[in-house]
Design a protein around this ligand. Structure first.
Ligand SMILES: *[C@@H]1O[C@H](CO)[C@@H](O)[C@H](O)[C@H]1NC(C)=O
Ligand SMILES: *[C@@H]1O[C@H](CO)[C@@H](O)[C@H](O)[C@H]1NC(C)=O
Ligand SMILES: *[C@@H]1O[C@H](CO)[C@@H](O)[C@H](O)[C@H]1NC(C)=O
Ligand SMILES: *[C@@H]1O[C@H](CO)[C@@H](O)[C@H](O)[C@H]1NC(C)=O
Ligand SMILES: *[C@@H]1O[C@H](CO)[C@@H](O)[C@H](O)[C@H]1NC(C)=O
Length: 378
């Protein structure tokens, strides 16, 4: 009885608060399981069906769609992949819970003025191979499947039928390990919709480079070697690239961006925390935060930034290839500071505003933070 009264009281207070202040409440969205995916062999590592979180557009946004491919690293061997199937985030949709929509996925107009009312789809990452795998073979000892490329197709089939095919505006986005498949499938996504519609892509914190220094290059090379051998990813990669070089190299954005014809925006820190840790190593990653980097470590950081900048699309056609590069040490902007109020700012423009201007053809941004050393965000 007490409980019931208390609940009623809270409900009442919250209803009053909604009228007064908007009663900011987190927006958790349940998962939707992709129908018929299992019959297409489009399954997660553990054989569970793929899933996404969907919230309908409203008002003027009903015919606009954002599809985001989620990230979460990769797995590089059977032991590692089996471990992922026990994680509630990245290996099995059987155990995944709801997802909180915020930032670019916020339904609050003042925080997210350009996209708040769009149809929003957050595709779960459960294949361990950045949506590139496609092998028939199922590991008999572990029942592991490597079918990420099929998952992408199965999800698209379902979304097209759900209304994506009538989109006026559409965006394929992806963060971190989801950034690469965003680049990889950008033109394909474009081809699913009529030419007269606005379709663009957005790779957030996924521009992991192939460093010239072999020691620095090793971390990502190991990952992509594993995807090629374990996941059979080569056939998903662009032929324009694989016909010229080792497929492992075709996972690096500097080798595929030039082949993408659809407009694509790259946002990332030159000192992305994941990339710095994986290429320059944990010592340099840690010295930044303890403010103890030596002058030679600082030199390594500056050189890495310069090399990173040379791999970006050149500024001569920002309409086709928009860029927003900051120098804060963080990983992902969509999931970090993507509201008008807290937006990540460089040269007096915030990332969400620069991106939206670019997307809607209001202004084509090519923003590079001039700070040559990493900045620790407040
Ligand atoms: C919308 O966002 C603004 C700015 O962050 C915040 O002040 C307001 O409470 C939010 N409204 C709702 C309904 O969440
Ligand atoms: C599997 O990969 C993980 C992470 O890269 C590594 O730590 C581990 O040693 C590998 N295990 C085997 C059996 O190769
Ligand atoms: C940095 O990389 C090491 C492996 O080299 C890993 O164990 C550690 O978790 C990483 N740290 C962060 C913050 O990513
Ligand atoms: C390295 O750079 C940081 C700024 O990121 C600076 O505070 C520090 O003094 C530099 N270290 C040396 C030894 O110059
Ligand atoms: C920064 O941008 C704001 C609006 O976005 C503008 O009002 C202001 O004048 C700009 N400041 C500079 C120094 O450009």
């Amino acid at each position: 009885m007490m409980m019931a009264n208390l609940q009623f009281f809270c409900l009442l207070v919250c209803s009053l608060a909604i009228i007064k202040t908007g009663c900011a409440k987190d927006n958790w969205v349940e998962k939707t399981i992709v129908k018929n995916a299992i019959s297409k062999g489009a399954v997660c590592l553990d054989g569970s069906p793929p899933a996404y979180h969907f919230q309908s557009g409203f008002g003027e946004g009903v015919e606009n769609w954002i599809v985001q491919l989620s990230g979460g690293g990769w797995c590089t061997n059977v032991t590692d992949c089996l471990d992922r199937t026990r994680s509630i985030y990245v290996g099995s949709t059987n155990i995944m819970g709801p997802w909180k929509f915020e930032g670019l996925f916020s339904i609050n107009k003042s925080e997210n003025p350009d996209f708040y009312n769009w149809n929003k789809v957050f595709v779960r990452y459960c294949d361990g191979g950045a949506f590139t795998g496609d092998v028939e073979y199922v590991d008999p000892a572990t029942n592991l499947h490597f079918r990420g490329a099929r998952i992408f197709e199965a999800v698209m089939d379902e979304l097209l039928a759900k209304g994506l095919k009538n989109a006026k505006n559409a965006l394929l986005a992806g963060t971190s390990a989801g950034g690469y498949p965003t680049m990889l499938y950008c033109d394909h996504f474009r081809s699913l919709l009529p030419k007269s519609k606005r379709v663009k892509c957005f790779a957030d914190a996924g521009h992991f480079i192939h460093a010239k220094n072999p020691m620095q290059a090793r971390g990502f090379e190991e990952v992509y070697n594993a995807l090629v051998t374990l996941q059979g990813s080569t056939k998903a990669l662009p032929k324009a690239c694989t016909s010229k070089m080792n497929p492992v190299l075709c996972f690096f954005p500097e080798n595929i961006l030039q082949h993408i014809k659809t407009p694509i925006f790259t946002a990332m820190s030159a000192y992305d925390s994941f990339q710095v840790n994986k290429t320059l190593g944990q010592d340099i990653f840690s010295c930044i935060f303890s403010r103890t980097c030596t002058s030679s470590q600082n030199k390594t950081l500056r050189e890495f930034r310069s090399e990173f900048l040379t791999t970006l699309p050149k500024p001569h056609n920002p309409k086709l290839k928009g860029v927003f590069i900051d120098s804060f040490v963080h990983h992902s902007a969509i999931q970090w500071r993507w509201t008008i109020q807290s937006g990540l700012v460089v040269n007096n423009v915030s990332a969400p505003e620069a991106f939206a201007d670019w997307y809607f053809d209001r202004k084509y941004w090519y923003v590079i933070d001039e700070k040559v050393l990493p900045t620790i965000p407040k």
